[in-house]
Ligand binder design. Sequence first.
Ligand code: GDP
Ligand code: MG
Length: 162
Amino acid sequence: SQPVLAVVGRPNVGKSTLVNRILGRREAVVQDTPGVTRDRVAYDAQWAGRRFTLVDTGGWEPSATGLQASVAAQAELAMKTADAVLVVVDASVGATATDEAVAKVLRRSKRPVLLAANKVDDERLMSDVASLWSLGLGEPYPVSALHGRSSGDLLDAIVNAL
Ligand code: GDP
Ligand code: MG
């Protein structure tokens, strides 16, 4: 069976948009309203001749314990069940308390963790990307899931990690 990459992060950072970008087609449901339940969250993806399964965690039900605990729990589950984890943050906002909570969980991961700095729609946001090193998850890969900017570098890193 092919390796599994779980995509985690707080709502609205662009996880589903990035999943669609990686798939090269529209399958993951992009929603401005967080917590929308979807039937299908696993997709077959391919890059540089390597096949892998992409899991968009955005469709998982938020728990009653609140957003931060819920997103951290998703990261914990992803860390235990996937072969690698892709954390998505919104570089135009910067690291939030929820992003920090997710990072805290994933810094303990024995599996590879990659950090996507999404919504870098233009060069001016590159300085905000550098600040994301503070999450302690290694190099932040700048991407614009919406416009397709730089996603090749991220995908190279993903298939090298899997
Ligand atoms: P998710 O909740 O993390 O899955 O986020 P979605 O993929 O549903 O996206 C949430 C919102 O962010 C949508 O309005 C997207 O169009 C928008 N979005 C996603 N990626 C980008 C990006 O690279 N740049 C900008 N400007 N907006 C984006
Ligand atoms: Mg989503």
